[in-house]
Design a protein around this ligand. Structure first.
Ligand code: NCD
Length: 356
């Protein structure tokens, strides 16, 4: 059985296969209409969502399957104090696969370690969002025809924007990809993302979108993540840091691909929507097809008793304590703190990747 907790759980070859299946679904939807008959997807959303949850639900329905779940923590037993691990055990008795979004980093991993059905991380705190990345990759593949030889500008809230973290992890595996990280000083990319994925890669950090614009093949705009700010004042000060308008596209390439995971607040002005380079609504639509491909893939392997190594228990330390207040270990006492040694030689919490 396998799960999708981190985008790197899938190799580049497996991502190519998912992209190929998604394209086949787009071309031949009728072939897939009965594939998940009698199967159930549980969508466990402890945090608000429109696209992610509804695209998962639409994906399962278009595969002929059914959907159960909840869309806010207050309508689940979490409101009574139930742990993520217990919820995962319960849901494993009712559904065949689950997609979980949670405000705490590492919650879907905690669910996967306890549950007995495949778990899909649908966004954990400010950490990762691998299915948004699959959506982004399908869009890049359709719009640009390749994953290598690209200059990608990521603009906005690079600190809390989980979609950015997963996209960088994914794109760092392709040849000759250059990253331009555009953000206010206060919202720069976290160190762990730089250390784990960008060492030895071509990247630069800047505060100027205008300066970066002419080089870009892909521009990935993001929302300033209001809900993750400790201070409302700080959010107010930074919320309008970048607003993409038609004027600012003057020096952009003619075949630039403008993406945004959505929802947008005001970081892309609506007049850009008519520009042929605007891809964000197409991107949202692609999310349904790639999630169909993912559900099929995970369900195919679900009966396989061999668990894909979520955590290499022989290589973790139990003597370190994660002090990150947004990590799932901070609220769920029964979760054992575990640290793993990464390829870069650093001990990181297995749940949130914060350093020892
Ligand atoms: C993103 C998310 O939830 O992280 N939205 C999405 O899933 N499409 C981006 C965001 O909320 O800004």
């Amino acid at each position: 059985m396998r799960n999708l907790i981190d985008i790197l759980d899938f190799s580049t070859k497996e991502i190519d296969e998912l992209v190929a299946v998604a394209k086949d679904i787009i071309a031949n939807p009728e072939k897939y209409r009965e594939k998940c008959r009698y199967k159930k997807l549980a969508t466990l959303f402890f945090e608000p969502s429109t696209r992610t949850r509804l695209s998962f639900e639409a994906a399962m329905m278009e595969l002929g399957g059914n959907v159960i779940g909840f869309s806010e923590a207050s309508s689940s037993s979490a409101a009574k104090g139930e742990s993520v691990a217990d919820t995962a055990m319960m849901i494993s008795a009712y559904a065949d696969i689950m997609a979980m979004r949670h405000p705490k980093e590492g919650a879907p991993l905690a669910a996967a370690l306890k549950g007995t059905i495949p778990v899909i991380n649908a966004g954990d705190g400010g950490h990762h969002h691998p299915t948004q990345t699959l959506t982004d990759l399908l869009t890049i593949n359709i719009e640009k025809g390749r994953f290598d030889n690209l200059t990608i500008g990521l603009c906005g809230d690079l600190k809390f924007g989980r979609t950015v973290h997963s996209l960088i992890a994914a794109m760092s595996r392709y040849e000759n990809v250059k990253f331009i990280l555009i953000s206010p000083e206060e919202l720069r990319l976290p160190e762990y993302v730089k250390e784990e994925y960008l060492v030895g890669k071509e990247f630069k950090e800047t505060t100027s979108l205008e300066e970066a614009m002419p080089e870009l093949d892909v521009l990935y705009m993001t929302r300033i993540q209001r809900e993750r700010f400790a201070s409302a004042q700080e959010y107010m000060r930074l919320k309008d840091s970048y607003i993409l308008t038609l004027d600012k596209l003057h020096d952009a390439k003619k075949d630039l691909c403008i993406m945004h995971p959505l929802p947008r607040v005001n970081e892309i002005s609506v007049d850009v929507d008519e520009d042929s380079r605007a891809c964000y609504f197409k991107q949202a639509k692609n999310g349904k097809y790639i999630r169909m491909a993912l559900i099929l893939n995970l369900l195919e392997d679900a009966d396989n008793p061999v668990e894909e190594g979520l955590v290499d228990f022989d290589k973790v330390r139990y003597d370190l304590v994660c002090e990150n207040p947004t990590c799932i270990t901070s609220t769920e006492q029964e979760i054992k703190h575990m640290f793993k040694l990464t390829d870069k030689g650093v001990w990181r919490c297995v749940y949130c990747e914060v350093k020892e």
